[in-house]
Structures are given as structure tokens and as C-alpha cells.
Write a new protein. Structure first.
Ligand SMILES: Cc1ncc(COP(=O)(O)O)c(C=O)c1O
Length: 485
């Protein structure tokens, strides 16, 4: 394709327009020292634009995006809460962002100290004393913990224990992580109360049980009332309990998993501890484990000694490295700042307000919507369309799309799988009563439309740059380049 043909693909490009004009001397200085073989013989095919048009173009594009800084984002399980801007400013400061992970530990004592203090804070909040900050997301935390479990089982001569029990309400990453770590998965039923069916669990426990993976509060937003009994049953059968901590914002500062019998868990710093996420990153999924499992954690570990902090690379039983360097450092820094600013009292209020907001919204929505497990919930709840709405042909997908026209991000839909047509709503603790009221009113209006089976629902959204996309194809065949047709 010739350069002029390519330029046609840039609908805003005008030949000869420039943001900056380089003098011959500038150009010469820029390429000085580069071998001739690395130099282009033709200019690259880039759009030709003035600075103002370019600025407007990118600003407009950014406004087509949806963000927590513009609107309410009640995406269940994802905890899309406000991330204080001051933490962004902190992470951008060059004494943090300018560090190199290969620097001599003696030169980065502040950074190592921050990591060590964060480990201690997470250990304190979870009641699980040994922490690694390495995993880059919740899912990688799950995998890391399962590798730790496997190494521990092997060290005990228990390598016949290769089955992990997982409730049918679990997030998809749980069984996926088990399979990747070389375990078999057995599914445990959800009871009529929306909790793990303890009888079913007892039946499944056996000589091959490596452990239970349980989310608490679970994905229905309900606290596992029998968690201590559940942990005891798993321990008696010789297994360990892994807790998926994606919903930790519901109990942080109130209950400690280590105290109710959990042996290992991950935390999603990018949810509970308020760091920006979405679009695949950046995330951080530290794991916290009991003292018994410490020796198996990944290397390097940040350790404190009399004369300062150092990185321990020699741990005989360690599962080794799980990612490059020391985790998503600037995400760790933001989470650390959040914890230090709020303090113990503030962390507790996070959980209290998350639970209060979810219950307020649940009660406001309960008349118009079906709420399958309608009792006091934790930080989120699951609703679904009523029978009448279903009979009028209104689906959860239509409702989610219609919400966009009211300026709200849709909740998580069709998850957990134990509730058909699920709408999983997590308001988070950072939203005001006015926002929750506005959302409840929008849901009320949508409920009326859904009962009538209005066309507005099926046609939504009409106010967005693109309407309904083939979401499966968008993932499998993304068009990421301007050259794609
Ligand atoms: C319950 C639950 N577990 C695990 C995960 C995986 O976490 P991450 O997206 O950080 O990999 C999620 C993410 O949404 C989740 O909601």
C-alpha cells in the first residue's frame, strides 16, 4: 500500500499539517549515532494533523470511554470504587516511579520498607502472617497459592491429594487456576439459603482432598455463616482452606479470615485497596498464608534485619518466581497509601459503608425486582427480572444496555451462574445516597418498561458511539489497529 493510500485511512489527516516542525539540525541531532541500517528511507505513515485537532481528537475519544470518575459503576464483584487522586500524584513522583528493580537494595531502602510495611498491614488485616506481594492479579494469586499448596502437600508426602472442592457459585478463575496448578475440581452445591451446602461438602471430602476454595462473602453477597465449621471439616479431612478474597471490602477491619480458619487467601489490591483497574490492568493480587506455608512462598521475599531491609532469594522450599521482579510496585504503593491514610478505623468504615450502601439499594429495589436471597447482604446483592418481565420478553442483557442510556454502567450480568438472568450489583462505599437514589429510580423506570416489553429496551443503547456489539467476537477477533477494515 502506498503512503498516500494509507493516509486515506486517517479520516482527519490533511497532507502537510504538523504539530511540530523539526529543523534540519534537530533531525540531525536526533539520529546522531544511529547506524544507517536502522534509519528509514521513507517517512512513517502517520496522520498529519495540527496540535489543536489532535488534542480534540484524543479528548473526544477519552470522553467516549466510561469511567468511575464520570459515573456510577456498580459492577458486582469488581468493586469499582473511587481511587483518590492524591495516590496517583504520589505514584507519579520520581522517587518512586524512577526506581529500577535491579538497583542495589542499599539504594532503595524506602521502597523495600514500604513493601515490608504493606506485607505487615495485610497480614494484620487478614490474620495470616506470611505475605507475598508478587502476583499481578487475583487470578495469579489463586494460581500462586495453589502452587504453594501443591508444594506443601508434596513436602508432607501427600501427593495423592489432588482434588480441590469449589462451590458452584465461584468465579470462573477458581476452577481455571486449579486446572493450571494440576488439581482436579469437584463442585459443591449452593444451599437454599445461597450458602455452601455443608452436607454436600462433607460428602465430597476424602483422602484425595487437597483443599476447599471458597469465596467469603460469596458471589451472592452473602457471608458464609458456617465458615468456622466448614474450615474445621476440611482440616479434619487433611485439606487446607483457600479463600478467594475478591470480596474482602465487605469484611475488612471487621473479621479476619485467619481467625475463622482460612489457611491461605488472595487480596485484590485493585479492588479492596482502591487502585485503578479495568481493561486488563494493572492489578495486584498478594497472597497471605499461615506460618506453616511461609517457606513455600515465591522468591524474592522482602525481609527486615537489624541494619535494614533486604531481598531474600534463597528459600529452599520456595515455589520460585511467579513474575518478573517484585510485583506491580506502583499499585502496591497506592494501596499502601490508602491503608495508611485510612488507618484501622477507616478500613473498618470501608466495610461498614460498603455493606450499608448495598443494603440500602437492595431494599430500594426489592419491590420492583426479584431478589432471590433477599435478606441482609454484605457489599453486593444479586437481583433478576421478575416473571412478568420474562413473559414480556425482557432479558437481563436488555436491562443492562438500557441502564447505559441513564448514564450508569451496567452491573455484572449473568454471574453468578446459580442465579438465572443475574444482575449482580455492588454500589461500593464511596457512593452518595443521591447517586444510589438516582440509580434506584432508573431501575424503577426500567422495571416498568421491562414489564411492558418496550422496544426502547431491546434497541438500547442508542446514545452511545456503538450500539450492541458481538461481545464474543470482540474478544476473539479484536480490531486493535487502524489498518483493520
Ligand atoms: C470473586 C472473584 N474471584 C477472583 C477474581 C479474579 O481477580 P482478578 O480479576 O484480579 O484476576 C475476580 C475478578 O473479578 C472475582 O470477582
Amino acid at each position: 500500500m502506498s503512503r498516500s493510500q494509507e493516509a486515506l485511512l486517517f479520516e482527519k489527516s490533511k497532507p502537510g499539517r504538523r504539530c511540530t516542525r523539526w529543523s534540519g539540525a534537530d533531525r540531525k541531532a536526533a539520529i546522531e549515532g544511529l547506524p544507517d541500517s536502522e534509519l528509514r528511507d521513507q517517512a512513517p505513515a502517520l496522520p498529519e494533523m495540527g496540535e489543536l485537532e489532535l488534542m480534540r481528537h484524543f479528548t473526544r475519544l477519552s470522553q467516549k470511554n466510561y469511567a468511575i470518575t464520570t459515573n456510577f459503576y456498580p459492577l458486582g464483584s469488581c468493586t469499582m470504587k473511587y481511587n483518590p487522586v492524591v495516590h496517583e500524584a504520589l505514584a507519579a513522583e520520581s522517587q518512586w516511579s524512577g526506581l529500577h528493580p535491579l538497583q542495589d537494595p542499599g539504594e532503595v531502602q524506602g521502597a523495600l520498607g514500604m513493601m515490608h510495611q504493606l506485607q505487615e498491614a495485610l497480614a494484620e488485616m487478614t490474620g495470616l502472617p506470611a505475605v507475598t506481594l508478587h502476583p499481578a492479579a487475583g487470578a495469579q494469586g489463586e494460581l500462586t497459592a495453589l502452587m504453594v499448596l501443591r508444594a506443601w502437600l508434596d513436602a508432607q508426602g501427600q501427593n495423592q491429594r489432588r482434588t480441590i472442592l469449589i462451590p458452584d457459585s465461584a468465579h470462573g478463575t477458581n476452577p481455571a487456576s486449579c486446572t493450571l496448578a494440576g488439581f482436579r475440581v469437584v463442585t459443591i452445591k449452593t444451599s437454599a439459603r445461597g450458602l455452601l451446602d455443608v452436607e454436600d461438602l462433607r460428602q465430597a471430602l476424602g483422602e484425595d482432598t487437597a483443599g476447599l476454595m471458597i469465596t467469603n462473602p460469596n458471589t451472592l453477597g452473602l457471608f458464609e455463616e458456617k465458615i468456622a465449621e466448614i474450615c474445621q471439616a476440611v482440616h479434619q479431612a487433611g485439606g487446607k482452606v483457600y479463600m478467594d478474597g475478591a470480596n474482602f471490602n465487605a469484611i475488612v477491619g471487621v473479621a479476619r479470615p485467619g481467625d475463622f480458619g482460612v489457611d491461605m487467601m488472595h487480596l485484590n489490591l485493585h479492588k479492596t485497596f482502591s487502585t485503578p483497574h479495568g481493561g486488563g490492568g494493572p492489578g495486584s493480587g498478594p497472597i497471605c498464608v499461615t506460618e506453616e506455608l511461609r517457606a513455600f512462598l515465591p522468591i524474592p521475599m522482602v525481609v527486615e534485619e537489624e541494619d535494614g531491609y533486604r531481598l531474600e532469594h534463597q528459600l529452599a522450599d520456595s515455589i520460585g518466581r511467579v513474575r518478573g521482579f517484585h510485583g506491580n510496585f506502583l499499585v502496591l504503593l497506592r494501596a499502601f497509601a490508602y491503608i495508611r491514610r485510612l488507618g484501622a478505623e477507616g478500613m473498618r468504615r470501608v466495610a461498614e459503608n460498603a455493606v450499608l450502601n448495598a443494603n440500602y439499594l437492595r431494599v430500594r429495589m426489592q419491590e420492583a425486582w426479584r431478589i432471590p436471597y433477599n435478606r441482609i447482604c454484605t457489599h453486593e446483592f444479586v437481583a433478576r427480572p421478575t416473571k412478568e418481565m420474562g413473559e414480556a420478553g425482557s432479558k437481563t442483557l436488555d436491562i443492562a444496555k438500557r441502564l447505559i442510556e441513564f448514564g450508569f454502567h451496567p452491573p455484572t450480568v449473568y454471574f453468578p451462574l446459580v442465579v438465572p438472568e443475574a444482575l449482580m450489583i455492588e454500589p461500593t462505599e464511596t457512593e452518595s445516597k443521591e447517586t444510589l437514589d438516582a440509580f434506584a429510580e432508573a431501575m424503577q423506570q426500567i422495571a416498568e418498561e421491562a414489564i411492558r416489553g418496550d422496544e426502547a429496551l431491546r434497541a438500547a443503547p442508542q446514545t452511545t458511539p456503538v450500539q450492541r456489539v458481538d461481545e464474543a467476537r470482540a474478544v476473539k477477533d479484536p480490531q486493535l489497529c487502524f489498518r483493520c477494515s
